[in-house]
Design a protein around this ligand. Structure first.
Ligand SMILES: [Zn+2]
Ligand SMILES: [Zn+2]
Length: 426
């Protein structure tokens, strides 16, 4: 038996293209009884993830991969762009509330933006986890985690000091993470981590930092991550091995059996049902759909309705082309041949002989990638269609994760309308 403890889905800052239903279906349900969600810096997909997990009889392990720094105030004041990663997973209700708490502090008080045009991130630091750690399992993350980072870049004395800081906070709920996607630094990190495991009789786990379902999906994920800010960037993953592996494939990485088995200990520790959790506080909050169609879920002032958008067919093709690199001329011809931009690529291909025969057949790569991306974005569409207020002395920020978005000076609730319906608020 093996449990995947480190996986990115649709809430992960556009760096994953995994459809969670396909991931659940890919698991071997006799052997893999749980699956974790550890999106970057947000919890906006956890409700749908949990609901889908239920359908497949899989236990959802709810967590997040935080952006972690020594001291968030200092990072913000000095505009220091350096950050590490840290994975936290909720064991129980208390852990879940602490996860929400840490997320909310990171976005409400500790948000970081290096320049006015760069992306906003919520930050986690040592003070925060010293205060809100109960009910949380800590995994030391990929090789960007502060512990593996120190293994690669610092002295053994510093590594051990860092290890004991985590150990003191999380005790038996600390698991040192090892993964291997073919990157040389990972080997160095894993050796150092294994040294700590032996020296201090510590527990370790093996994870796969999953960002796409199958090996061939790397190109689509690469396009998504390279155009997530609307233009092509130079950021690429260092390997093409970040796919969702089967248990057998995980075994073939050659790690010790105990590190695979320890993932099940984490699975066993988790006893949390998000739907039951919110059922108990259902009457403490009043939620209603906005009567303005594309309304808003907000804390603070109302946001302009145009803030969140899906890409649409034209933009999807443009972004695919940005990375695949065909000429603008070709793209213009394709645009001209598309009968209806409001319809999906598939529908357009059925409708237009010219598109199907002239372009789709000669540029299969561009079209198949665009189609995958288009599906992804449509599915991800964030609709801010509800309003919420407290109906008791319970505070919204203690129970609901929020996020801060660019160009808007306020906080938005992370759950979309569909999530609120799943939770029974509507
Ligand atoms: Zn990471
Ligand atoms: Zn990750």
């Amino acid at each position: 038996m093996f449990t995947h403890l480190h996986n990115h889905f649709k809430g992960s800052f556009f760096d994953s293209i995994i459809d969670d239903k396909k991931a659940f279906a890919k698991l071997n349900s006799d052997n893999n009884k749980g699956l974790a969600i550890t999106d970057h810096g947000q919890m906006n997909y956890i409700v749908k993830f949990s609901n889908n997990a239920r359908e497949f009889g899989i236990k959802p392990l709810l967590g997040m991969e935080f952006y972690f720094v020594e001291d968030a105030t200092e990072t913000i004041n000095t505009k220091d762009n350096f950050r590490n990663h840290l994975v936290l997973i909720a064991k129980d209700s208390e852990g879940f509330k602490n996860l929400v708490k840490l997320n909310n502090i990171s976005w409400k008080d500790n948000y970081f933006q290096r320049t006015p045009t760069s992306t906003l991130r919520g930050l986690l630091d040592w003070n925060m986890i010293e205060e809100y750690n109960k009910g949380l399992i800590c995994l030391t993350a990929c090789f960007f985690g502060s512990l593996p980072y120190k293994v690669i870049n610092s002295s053994q004395k510093d590594v051990e000091k860092e290890y004991f800081k985590y150990k003191e906070i999380f005790g038996d709920d600390l698991y040192l993470e090892m993964s291997y996607h073919g990157i040389p630094e990972e080997k160095i990190a894993n050796e150092g981590i294994e040294f700590l495991i032996k020296k201090f009789n510590q527990k370790g786990v093996i994870t796969q930092d999953s960002h796409y379902l199958n090996p061939d999906d790397y190109k689509t994920q690469d396009i998504l991550i390279n155009t997530r800010f609307g233009y092509a960037s130079n950021f690429h993953f260092k390997s093409k091995d970040y796919y969702f592996k089967s248990e057998d494939e995980m075994r073939k990485l050659g790690f010790k059996e105990e590190y695979l088995n320890n993932t099940n200990e984490v699975y066993e520790k988790v006893n949390f049902d998000i739907i039951e959790f919110y059922k108990e506080i259902k009457n403490d909050f009043i939620v209603h759909e906005s009567d303005k169609g594309e309304g808003s879920s907000f804390i603070g002032e109302e946001i302009p309705f145009s803030t969140w958008k899906t890409l649409g067919l034209k933009e999807t093709l443009r972004r695919t082309n940005l990375v695949v690199g065909y000429s603008d001329n070709l793209l213009d011809k394709i645009y001209d041949a598309i009968p209806d931009f409001n319809k999906s690529l598939k529908e357009n291909l059925i409708q237009s002989d010219e598109l199907r025969d002239n372009f789709a057949n000669t540029h299969k790569n561009l079209f198949s990638i665009a189609q995958t991306l288009e599906d992804f974005y449509i599915d991800f569409k964030v609709l801010l269609q509800y309003k919420i207020r407290a109906n008791s002395d319970k505070k919204i920020l203690d129970y609901f994760p929020v996020v801060r978005i660019q160009d808007y000076n306020g906080l938005l609730l992370q759950y979309d309308l569909e999530s609120m319906k799943i939770l029974g608020f509507l």
